[in-house]
Design a protein around this ligand. Structure first.
Ligand code: SIN
Length: 188
């Protein structure tokens, strides 16, 4: 099931008057930056862990055969590594549309590798959204990903691109890499 979150996100005006805003990406926003940005820096946020628990009915799956994409689950001790982009507030119209299948903007502290931090935005799909699928074993997630495909392409491509981007960043994510390992059982 899908529910368009675009209108809810548009109401978040917190950063509208700023000349630029930091956006933290932890999924496709790491490997597919289809928007102009002023600067890009590896970064992390705290208190969240990356999980393939969100359904994708519009990009990497369909209404009848949803794929799985990442969202963030709260975890007090966790650190989630990704990529931060400095964008102008106008970019959020495109970003809200791109992340419309359940993701809500959340203001959060974004930490950079030099030890500095900035307040910015991350898109999170909580367990309350209609497209949420929730936990499953890494093997079951891999099986679902192996056979799902949507308008943006095969779900397996999303997983592989994310794993590759995390390796490029030098960040080990056991959940993502375990699913990638299981994918080979279904894809060869
Ligand atoms: C993100 O990348 O930050 C959000 C999830 C996604 O679009 O894959």
């Amino acid at each position: 099931m899908s529910l368009d979150t675009t209108a809810i996100n548009r109401r978040m005006a917190q950063f509208d008057s700023h000349a630029s805003v930091w956006l933290f990406g932890y999924g496709s926003l790491i490997f597919k930056a289809d928007f102009p940005f002023l600067e890009r820096r590896p970064a992390h946020i705290e208190g969240w862990t990356r999980r393939f628990w969100q359904g994708s009915h519009d990009h990497r799956g369909t209404e009848t055969a949803p794929g799985r994409v990442v969202t963030l689950a709260p975890d007090a001790d966790a650190v989630c590594h990704g990529m931060a982009y400095l964008v102008t507030p106008e970019e959020f119209a495109h970003l809200d549309y791109r992340e419309k299948n359940g993701y809500l903007r959340l203001a959060t502290a974004i930490h950079f590798e030099d030890g500095s931090a900035a307040e910015g935005i991350v898109y999170i799909a909580t367990h309350e959204n209609a497209a949420y699928l929730g936990p499953a074993s890494e093997r079951d997630i891999a099986r679902q990903i192996a056979f799902a495909r949507g308008p943006s392409g095969p779900n397996s491509e999303y997983l592989r691109e994310l794993a590759r981007a995390l390796r490029e960043l030098g960040k080990f994510d056991p959940h993502v890499f375990e699913i990638e390992r299981h994918l080979a059982e279904f894809h060869g």
